[in-house]
Design a protein around this ligand. Structure first.
Ligand SMILES: NC(=O)c1ccc[n+]([C@@H]2O[C@H](COP(=O)([O-])OP(=O)(O)OC[C@H]3O[C@@H](n4cnc5c(N)ncnc54)[C@H](O)[C@@H]3O)[C@@H](O)[C@H]2O)c1
Length: 334
């Protein structure tokens, strides 16, 4: 099947995708600094090779590609917090752009021609219409989104100059956990809506904040598109197969195409957990759009992608099962 370098493979989406790649018969080489990832995931990725290193270390990347005969790369490694990027744009440009350039030069020096890239809904900025398709203007409103958009352009020019073909997948809100219960979401600090809601159910937080109740949505709270992390993983495999079959460089939006409001997520959390979840209404946060919902029609049509775990209850149940068994995240396994 080939040998895939998975940067950031010890992180949330990278580990879930690696599990699927292994099941499909790919050789998987996880390349991660472990700054934000977890070595415990390796236990659930039998057969995966692991290299602890920084994507900014071009020599180590090139040596790794050579050693494991890598022929494609999925590039997850990045910093991904919007508020942090607003306060410290340099950190984001360094990791997500400067080090990504070093990484791309290193794989290019070894003849790797296929790249899957983790892009983001944050590249779109203010929502002009929903569902957001690939033609929606991309005008990021924060440095994180800008670095993801810049990386999309960089990949375009690497195709023009070096013939590296790439697929950028613009995820909306990744959520849920491995349906087999082995892998889950462990971010510090956690900033995502679904984990925070479930932490409130588990008593790990006193409440869940509703930021803004006066949005022009059906119940006044913000609407987001949640996509199960395993469905995301499948999209990467389809993208990889398409590149191997000669596809051109392109980008796809990836979501369920259905939005859920903050109140609906909290209500689903109560239903799935059977527990009390205290919701506290707070003012809007600057920069939060009212509604972010993807059109995934392009990837459905061109690559035959279909979400298997699309409903919000399944997404929240799989996440909850993992959080219940891992009160301290992966550290619970030590
Ligand atoms: N989680 C989401 O909802 C979401 C949405 C849109 C896009 N994305 C993108 O998906 C990718 C993965 O997100 P995630 O939620 O799995 O994040 P994560 O933090 O769980 O995983 C990122 C991994 O990359 C590693 N890493 C970071 N910088 C590195 C470097 N310089 N060298 C080597 N390793 C490095 C970290 O140690 C971590 O294991 C990111 O690129 C993110 O921007 C995530």
């Amino acid at each position: 099947m080939g040998s895939v370098l998975v940067t950031g493979g010890a992180g949330y989406i990278g580990s879930h995708t690696s599990k699927l790649l292994l099941k499909k018969g790919y050789d998987v080489v996880i390349y991660d600094s472990l700054e934000l990832g977890h070595k415990e995931v390796l236990k659930y990725l039998p057969g995966a090779k692991f290299v602890q290193g920084d994507i900014g270390d071009g020599q180590l990347v090139a040596d790794t590609v050579k050693k494991y005969d890598v022929d494609s790369m999925i590039h997850f490694a990045a910093y991904a917090s919007v508020p942090e990027s607003v306060g410290d744009p340099v950190k984001y440009y360094q990791n997500n752009i400067v080090k990504t350039l070093t990484l791309l030069d290193a794989i290019n020096s070894q003849g790797v021609k296929h790249v899957l890239f983790s892009s983001s809904a944050a590249t779109f900025g203010e929502t002009q219409y929903v569902p957001i398709d690939e033609k929606h203007p991309q005008k990021p409103t924060n440095p994180y989104g800008q670095t993801k958009l810049d990386a999309e352009y960089i990949l375009h020019w690497y195709d023009v100059a070096f013939g590296i073909k790439s697929v950028a997948l613009r995820y909306f809100c990744a959520a849920g956990a491995d349906p087999e219960g082995e892998l889950g979401e462990d971010h510090t600090p956690e900033t995502h809506m679904i984990p925070l809601t479930l932490f409130a159910a588990l008593g790990r937080r006193p409440d869940i904040k509703i930021f803004g109740t006066d949005y022009p949505t059906h119940d006044g709270t913000g609407v987001r598109d949640y996509i199960h992390v395993t469905d995301l993983g499948h999209a990467h495999i389809l993208g990889l197969e398409a590149l191997k079959n000669g596809a051109e460089t392109t980008a796809y939006n990836l979501g369920n195409g259905k939005g859920y409001s903050v109140r609906e997520v909290i209500e689903t959390g109560r239903k799935v957990t059977g527990k009390t979840i205290v919701a506290t209404e707070s003012p809007r946060r600057p920069g939060d759009p009212a509604e972010l919902v993807a059109s995934s029609a392009k990837i459905e049509k061109e690559l035959g992608w279909k979400p298997q775990f699309g409903d919000i209850e399944t997404i929240m149940r799989t996440a909850y099962e993992w959080f219940e068994k891992h009160p301290k995240g992966y550290a619970s396994e030590e």
